[in-house]
Design a binder for this molecule. Sequence first.
Ligand SMILES: CC(C)(COP(=O)(O)OP(=O)(O)OC[C@H]1O[C@@H](n2cnc3c(N)ncnc32)[C@H](O)[C@@H]1OP(=O)(O)O)[C@@H](O)C(=O)NCCC(=O)NCCS
Length: 176
Amino acid sequence: MSTPAISTDRLLLRRWRVEDVAPFAAICGDPEVMRYIGAGATRTAEQAAASIRGFEHAWEEKGYGPFALERRDSGEMIGFTGLSEPAFLPEIMPAVELGWRLARRSWGNGYATEAARAVLDFARLELGLSEIVSVFQTGNAASARIVRKLGMRFERETRDPTCGRLVHVYRTPSGD
Ligand SMILES: CC(C)(COP(=O)(O)OP(=O)(O)OC[C@H]1O[C@@H](n2cnc3c(N)ncnc32)[C@H](O)[C@@H]1OP(=O)(O)O)[C@@H](O)C(=O)NCCC(=O)NCCS
């Protein structure tokens, strides 16, 4: 299934390319980026490449997945924002999760929020999904701020069974 790219003021949200492997591997090799993801381990270049294959597989199978984020001014690939199934947390399944991971040098510019708003519109208008969840570890203040900016509501605190860490689950208001 081919998915049109989405343009926002400053970003292009698009499907993944072979050239994305190196910059995505650098992002996933940064311990600060990975701090609140699973047990906080960095990924090898091969694991990052496998993740991109998984993202593209999700797009083909489900019609959604994480979008690669490209800065429109420079063409730089700065990470992802998009949708996935939070299978790691069976207690909230079935669900579709909105998530984000950006290169550290691009943090603090509102990029994740800008992309997330576009993904929520895509989910509602193109996929007909009225409810989206977001799950993040309790220390992840930037993610906590983003879900509030998006108008998502706190649903529960629980533990990620894959790593034992506490997570917060937020959800778009129903009917949104
Ligand atoms: C989370 C992440 C995607 C945010 O990207 P970003 O483009 O910097 O996000 P935005 O600028 O759109 O919004 C971040 C908000 O959090 C705030 N914030 C950032 N760090 C913060 C902190 N330590 N404490 C409180 N607020 C913080 C920012 O000020 C901003 O809020 P504001 O617009 O009110 O000023 C980025 O930090 C990242 O990639 N982190 C590592 C990966 C990760 O943890 N992903 C989520 C896993 S669930």
